[in-house]
Write a protein of this length. Structure first.
Lengths: 467, 168
């Protein structure tokens, strides 16, 4: 594929003032959004058709209870102003928020590029100059649409069409913000690019859209993180992520999700791997009120490979319904799913997955592991793995365990001088170690810290004695 | 094609509790016991059949151990979905259980879906499950062919052994 050239050398700043839509969604909201963004006509048609699909589709009849979501009680767009390319130009209150999260330091020290999204729009975006020279395209998705319309339209919504599910349809109707990345042939990014999402307004919906295209032989690692303050009303995060890995390319996508406990986190993530390509999802879920997320890989090309390494820690009053899907279409395809769930307090952690080897996926292999750890008497763990094989030359293996924190391990560590809470935390850290090991160092340290906070909150790190 | 046209070759039961695969079967586990499900299912020759079976093992007493073993051999025009659910509700304590599901596909017409599911609501529970879906080893087929069996006979012999193996 020829390297895309920007068809607009820069996007004219719109001098956008702070805007906040009132609550509710209808066609007028979508037209207003389209107008603010100054998008091409085809995008309006796409958005309106998607809205029709959203209205027609029902909520899923499986999984957590979503009946509390009032789609008319959500704000579908808010922005604090134009995008900046220098931290000093970001509005102070927004800058403070991200500085507390350590984003500027990460950018300086670890990252090839950073994008930060505040409510519905990207407020800061920068790619290091040396990576611009390589031809790497890393734009906010709104800019991607305007600067690279041909390649954008070629791939946009091809992996996740609006009719895929109700929340993909909603995102397709009201999407705003997100990242657009194109990695040219043969370009291998040694360090990652990152986007950080923040919902700050009460009753806000965030509907970012990410599209990553890795051309033949290229490699890219993308990291996203997200937070929000705690409110008493619900917020909704419904993102769509599409990855296209062309021949012999490699995309690694890491998510560290720490939404507050009033956020419904309902996300559709899917990648398409062509011949010899590889897609890795590393998915860490700690926050949110309800999460439904199943990163997927369609192994379309022969000899392609997909991996999902997933961790979910469900604290009290949380339902984290996570997992993965691997669909083997090509020959000699392989996949690995490794899921770790931890249930704390009355938290409910659910693994839900599909590994499907189709008739034509000859000589393919799938390995699935889903392990659950229960920390408290009130904790719950569920697993629903669907494993399908439709040809005689392929093989699928699955194993899973559900257990509590082993008393003998805790006793051993306490005999070595650790307090009980420290011992339990160490055992849990060991349980999720395969996930932590895959994170960049600064994120694994942060995850350990978050783990400690969750477990020590109200003494939930203790194994309560039963009468 | 109707389900009654599907042929099932039953293997002789042993001292284990043999579970029949009905559309939905719920088994209340009240004492320590092992369970065995084994089927050799032959689908249609001309018309494709969808066969869905669900078995729920619900523990109703505490302090039990139970192993559930399943062996299925499948051939012919059939899409088989087998949903096995192990449930330990809140209050049912000290359960040790293993769910072991294994299937072999005997030809490229058949398709099998395993759903080895768990619903665990009590922390003093240790449950493992494992499943494999594969096919008869080509080396074994060639061995039996070298001993005068046809390919079809060799595959059926291996399938019978695969299922019977659980009884020894």
């Amino acid at each position: 594929m020829p390297m895309p050239k920007a068809e607009a050398s820069s996007v004219q700043q719109q001098n956008t003032k702070a805007i906040e839509f009132p609550k509710g969604i209808d066609e007028d909201v979508i037209r207003k959004l389209w107008k603010i963004k100054k998008e091409p006509d085809w995008m309006l048609e796409f958005r309106l058709e998607s809205y029709k699909a959203f209205q027609a589709k029902k909520l899923p009849e499986w999984g957590p209870d979503l009946s509390d979501i009032d789609f008319q009680d959500i704000k579908y767009y808010a922005t604090a102003g134009d995008q900046a390319h220098d931290w000093d130009d970001v509005p102070e209150e927004i800058r403070d928020t991200f500085e507390q999260l350590g984003i500027p330091e990460h950018e300086k020290d670890f990252l090839a590029g950073v994008s930060t999204q505040y409510e519905s729009e990207v407020v800061y975006h920068k790619l290091q100059d040396k990576y611009k020279d390589s031809g790497l395209v890393f734009e906010s998705i709104d800019d991607g649409l305007k600067k690279y319309p041909k390649i954008f339209k070629k791939y946009f919504s091809t992996i996740i069409p609006p009719g895929d599910n109700k929340f993909a349809a909603l995102n397709s109707a009201v999407w705003s913000g997100g990242s657009f990345i194109y990695v040219p042939k043969g370009v291998k990014m040694e360090i990652p690019v990152e986007t950080y999402f923040r919902i700050n307004t009460e009753s806000m919906g965030q509907f970012e859209r990410t599209l990553i295209i890795a051309d033949e032989g290229s490699e890219v690692h993308y990291i996203e993180g997200c937070t929000a303050p705690q409110y008493s009303t619900n917020s909704l995060h419904s993102a769509v992520v599409e990855l296209i890995a062309l021949k012999d390319s490699h995309i690694k996508y890491t998510t560290i999700q720490n939404w507050s406990k009033n956020v419904y986190n309902l996300v559709t993530k899917r990648g398409l791997a062509e011949e010899g390509a590889r897609i890795d999802w590393l998915d860490v879920n700690i926050g949110s009120k309800v999460t439904m997320k199943y990163p997927s890989v369609i192994l379309k090309g022969d000899n392609s490979h997909g991996e999902v390494l997933s961790m979910a820690m469900a604290d009290s009053d949380q339902v984290l319904d996570t997992g993965a899907k691997m669909i083997h279409l090509g020959k000699n395809t392989t996949s690995i799913i490794d899921s770790k769930t931890v249930s704390v307090g009355s938290g409910k952690a659910i693994y839900r997955g599909i590994s499907k080897i189709t008739k034509n996926a000859e000589n393919s292999k799938a390995v699935v592991g889903c392990d659950g750890l229960l920390v408290d008497p009130e904790s719950k763990s569920y697993a629903y793995p669907y494993n399908t094989v439709s040809n005689t030359s392929s093989h699928l293996e699955h194993e899973a365990t559900v257990s509590k924190v082993a008393e003998d391990k805790v006793n051993y560590l306490m005999s070595r001088g650790l307090e009980e809470e420290e011992a339990i935390q160490l055992v849990i850290s060991g349980f999720i170690d395969p996930v932590i090991n895959e994170l960049p160092l600064e994120y694994s340290v942060e995850l350990d810290r978050l783990l400690e906070m969750v477990l020590n909150r109200e003494g939930k790190g203790h194994q309560k004695k039963k009468n | 094609m109707k389900e009654k046209d599907i042929k099932k070759r039953k293997i002789k039961p042993n001292k284990l509790d043999i579970v029949e695969l009905d559309e939905v079967t719920t088994i209340e586990v009240k004492e320590s016991k092992d369970f065995l499900l084994k089927e050799y299912i032959v689908g249609g020759e001309e018309h494709r059949v969808e066969l869905k079976r669900k078995v729920i093992f619900q523990f109703t007493e505490s302090d039990l151990t139970s192993d559930v073993s399943l062996k299925i051999a499948v051939e012919g025009n059939i899409d088989l979905e087998l949903f096995i659910l192990v449930v330990t509700p809140f209050g049912i304590q000290n359960i040790e259980s293993t769910l072991d599901m294994n299937a072999i596909l005997l030809d490229d017409l058949a398709s099998i879906t395993f759903v080895p599911s768990l619903e665990i609501e009590e922390m003093s529970v240790n449950v493992d499950h494992q499943s494999t879906i594969g096919t008869p080893e080509e080396a074994w087929i060639e061995y039996f062919e070298s001993r005068g069996y046809t390919r079809s006979e060799a595959i059926k012999f291996i399938a019978d052994s695969f299922i019977s193996d659980i009884e020894s």
